[in-house]
Design a protein around this ligand. Sequence first.
Ligand code: 3HC
Length: 283
Amino acid sequence: MKIKRVGVVGCGLMGSGIAEVCARAGYSVLVREVDDQFLERGLSRIKKSLDKGVARGKLSPSERDAAQSRISGTTELGDFSDADLVVEAIVENLEQKKETFAMLDRVTPAHAILASNTSSLSVTDMAAATERPDQVLGIHFFNPVPVMPLIEMVRTFLTSDATYQTARAFGEGLGKQVVVTKDRPGFIVNALLVPYILDAVRMVEAGVATKEDIDAAVKLGLNHPMGPLTLLDFVGLDTTLFIADAMYEELKDPRYAAPPLLRRMVVAGYMGRKSGRGFYDYR
Ligand code: 3HC
């Protein structure tokens, strides 16, 4: 099956990035948000990122304009009636995702592939909410989507070979390196990343070193682009806590048990960059 029209549900940080890379790769993209205000915000985030891409010499002004012209927005899921593939990137709430998948199953053409960008929830549960579980899989992007070259392709034991092959070709066509993983909490990246980040928070809690020194140690000693606490602020403390809780809930592995400091910072509104404060102050 040749994918031509892509739907993206959710135009937040991840959804807008996914819509952007799809449009840049030549797909016609329709993004859906819950209301006009969220939609406007999402579309202007895409515009800003495309402009940044031009400023950085990653695409020409005419390529930017062409990508922009391939993106349109809606507040109705029913408008996905001619989509070949839909990527869901709404909030990490399984009930809401299952509802979205059940709805997409009703409104999209029978051949359409339904994918989730979930970082921690069961793709199998979403597949089971549809009448086409063999056409459901995870397509997990990384933040910032236009910059990060990886996609985790999550195959449930219900995903058909044809769906997987089509989705893989789609991911590679976006210029991303595709890795394949089973539908297990955290897949590959978050299964490794979350215990590492939680350990950095535990290190702060235990007073082993300052946050600045922990970050400098990893950045300069391991050549990571960011230290773990800067990365935590970047991903979002609430998002990371949510992922950790979801993984702990399913695996009961203490490596995924969130340290009290992280939970308390989230309660206090220290979400990281997005709220202006996390381990560092961005205000
Ligand atoms: N479009 C296209 N390219 C862009 C762009 C855009 N909108 N914005 C930036 N770029 C390019 C730049 O031109 C540059 O390319 P170059 O290296 O070829 O010159 C590159 O992207 C880096 O951009 P910047 O120079 O603006 O930024 P930095 O060098 O400061 O890097 C960073 C920023 C990419 C965020 C880097 O710090 C990094 O890689 N951090 C780690 C990010 C990470 O680990 N993300 C994964 C999080 S986990 C996740 O997402 C999973 C989820 O489930 C939680």
